[in-house]
Design a protein around this ligand. Structure first.
Ligand code: PFF
Length: 490
C-alpha cells in the first residue's frame, strides 16, 4: 500500500533538509525573546537541558522510526504499535503540521512584503504605526472582521506557488531546496551578525541577553517555555521528522545525524539572538533609552523593533534591510516545505490513489482558504491564540502520545539498538530507554498540567476568556475529530 518515495542521495542532504526545517521563524521571533524574558543565560541552560533530555531523544525516535518503517507518521505508528488504531496519533501530528502552516505561511508573507518594501522602507517615520495600522490594518479586537489585505494574500499565493514548484516532483525538489536554500540564511545571518555587533551600543544589548537570572530556573513556567520551544524548534510532533527520516538510507547512523541537526538549529537560535540583541542595544543607545524600554515580545520584535533599527543604521540601510528579510524568508520557506512534506508523506501512504502533484495541489487550495482567515484586520489576534494552543497544547499532547505508543508498545531494547546502530555504551542505552519510556512523558505531562492551570487562572495575552477558550476548544475539537476520522478512513 502507498506510493514509494525515493531516498535522499546522501546523509548531508538529509541534515540540510532537517536543519532547514528546524531553523525557522521560531529561532528568530520566539527564541531571543524567551531568553530575554526568562533569565538570559539561565534560560539557555534550561533550553540546553530540555534539548538534551527531551528534544534529542525524541528527534532520534521520530527520525529512527521514519527510517525503519519508510513511512510517514500515521503508518509508522500503526506499524510500531502493531495496530491500526495508533494511526490516530500520526494523523494528530499531521493535523498539527497543517495547523502550523495555516499561520506560518501568513507570517512568511509579511516577511516577503517587508523584503520587497526594503527598497522604500515605508516604516521610516514610525515603524509601530506602520506595521499595525498601515500594513496589517489591525482591527479593534478579535471579533472585528475586516476585508482581507491584498498585499498579504499576494505573498501567500507566491509562497504556495513556490512550495508547489519545490515539492511536486518529490525527493529531488526537496533535495534542491535543502542544498541551495538552507545554507543561504546562515550565510546572510552571519554577514548581519558581523555588522550588528560592531554597532555602537551593541554590547549593552548583548549584556541584557546573556546576563543570567538563576532564580528563574525555580519557575516551572520557564521549563515549560523551554520544553515547548525545543519541540517547536526542532520540528517535532508534526510528522516532519518521520517523513524526512523515511528518506534516509538504511546505513545512516540516526543518533549522530540527529545530533548534528540539533547543533545546527541551536546555532541558528544563538546567531539570531545575538543579532537581535546587538541591534536592540544600538537602538537603545541612539534613542537614549534603556534596553528594557526598546525590547518587545513576539511579532513586534521582527516587524516593529527591527525595521526601526534598520532605519538607524549608519550606511546602506536598504541593503541590510533586504538581507535581513530575505534571510528570514529563506528560514521560513525551508520550514514550510518540510511541513508540506509531512502531510504529503502521510497522504501518499494512505488509501488515496491520487498522484503526488494532485494531492499537493489540493493541500495548497485548502491552505489558501485557511490562510485568508489571518489576512483580515483581526488576523494577528487569531494567529496569536492559535499558535498558543498549537505550540503549547497540541504539540505537547502529540509528543506524549507518540512517545507512549513508541516506547511502551514497541520493543524498546530493539529500537535502542537500531537507533544507535549497535554502538553506544550500556549506560547510554539504559539512559535512553529510561528517558523515553518514563521521564519524558512524566515531565511533559506535569509541566503541561501546570501550564493549563495557569492559563485557566490568569488567561493568556490579555484576551477575553470567552474568545480565548472559544478558539481553543474549537481547535481541539477539530483536531480530535479530524484525526479520528482520518485514521478510520485513510
Ligand atoms: N522549527 C520551525 C521554527 O522554529 O520556526 C517551525 C516548525 C517547522 C515547527 C516544522 C514544526 C515543524 F514540523
Amino acid at each position: 500500500m502507498g506510493q514509494i518515495r525515493k531516498d535522499f542521495s546522501s546523509v548531508w542532504i538529509f541534515i540540510l533538509a532537517a536543519i532547514g526545517s528546524a531553523a525557522g521563524l521560531g529561532n528568530l521571533w520566539r527564541f531571543p525573546y524567551l531568553a530575554y524574558e526568562h533569565g538570559g543565560a539561565a534560560f539557555f541552560v534550561a533550553y540546553i537541558i530540555c534539548l538534551l533530555c527531551i528534544g534529542l531523544p525524541l528527534l532520534i525516535l521520530e527520525v529512527g522510526l521514519g527510517k525503519t518503517s519508510k513511512k510517514g507518521a500515521p503508518e509508522a505508528l500503526a506499524l510500531i504499535g502493531h495496530a491500526k488504531r495508533f494511526k490516530i496519533v500520526g494523523w494528530l501530528a499531521v493535523l498539527v503540521a497543517f495547523g502550523v502552516l495555516t499561520y506560518y505561511i501568513v507570517i512568511a508573507s509579511w516577511v516577503l512584503n517587508f523584503a520587497v518594501d526594503s527598497f522604500k522602507m515605508p516604516w521610516q517615520a514610525d515603524s509601530e504605526s506602520y506595521f499595525f495600522n498601515q500594513f496589517l490594518e489591525l482591527s479593534s479586537g478579535i471579533g472585528a472582521f475586516t476585508v482581507p489585505k491584498l498585499t498579504i494574500i499576494l505573498g501567500v499565493m507566491v509562497i504556495l506557488l513556490l512550495s508547489y514548484i519545490s515539492l511536486y516532483k518529490g525527493t529531488s525538489g526537496l533535495a534542491f531546496v535543502a542544498k541551495w536554500i538552507t545554507p543561504l540564511p546562515f550565510i546572510l545571518l552571519l554577514i548581519l551578525l558581523g555588522n550588528s555587533i560592531t554597532l555602537s551600543g551593541s554590547l549593552g544589548g548583548l549584556y541584557q541577553l546573556f546576563i543570567p537570572v538563576w532564580s528563574t530556573l525555580l519557575d516551572t513556567k520557564v521549563w515549560f517555555a523551554a520544553a515547548t520551544q525545543v519541540i517547536f524548534s526542532i520540528s517535532l510532533a508534526t510528522g516532519v521528522m518521520f517523513a524526512y527520516g523515511a528518506l534516509l538510507n538504511k546505513e545512516v547512523n540516526v543518533s549522530k545525524t540527529c545530533t548534528i541537526v540539533v547543533i545546527g538549529d541551536t546555532l541558528a537560535s544563538m546567531i539570531c539572538s545575538m543579532i537581535i540583541f546587538s541591534v536592540l542595544g544600538h537602538v537603545a543607545y541612539i534613542d537614549g533609552k534603556d534596553v528594557h524600554e526598546v525590547v518587545s515580545g513576539g511579532i513586534g520584535l521582527a516587524f516593529v523593533v527591527i525595521p526601526h533599527a534598520l532605519t538607524l543604521l549608519p550606511v546602506v540601510q536598504e541593503f541590510f534591510s533586504f538581507i535581513f528579510y530575505a534571510s528570514v524568508f529563506f528560514l521560513a520557506f525551508t520550514s514550510i516545505v518540510s511541513l508540506f512534506e509531512a502531510i504529503l508523506a502521510a497522504l501518499m501512504d494512505s488509501k488515496i490513489k491520487l498522484k503526488r502533484a494532485t494531492i499537493l495541489f489540493i493541500i495548497c487550495v485548502l491552505l489558501f482558504i485557511c490562510n485568508l482567515l489571518y489576512t483580515m484586520g483581526n488576523g494577528l489576534y487569531l494567529l496569536d491564540i492559535i499558535d498558543h494552543f498549537i505550540n503549547g497544547y497540541l504539540m505537547v499532547i502529540v509528543m506524549v502520545a507518540e512517545v507512549i505508543v513508541i516506547t511502551w508498545l514497541y520493543d524498546i531494547n530493539r529500537l535502542s539498538g537500531e537507533l544507535f546502530q549497535g554502538g553506544g555504551s550500556q549506560a547510554l542505552h539504559t539512559g535512553f530507554k529510561l528517558l523515553c519510556s518514563y521521564i519524558i512523558p512524566m515531565v511533559l505531562t506535569i509541566l503541561f498540567v501546570k501550564q493549563v492551570y495557569t492559563d485557566i487562572a490568569t488567561g493568556y495575552g490579555g484576551y477575553a476568556a470567552g474568545y480565548l477558550w472559544g478558539v481553543g476548544v474549537i481547535i481541539l475539537i477539530i483536531v480530535a475529530v479530524g484525526s479520528w476520522r482520518l485514521s478510520r478512513k485513510l
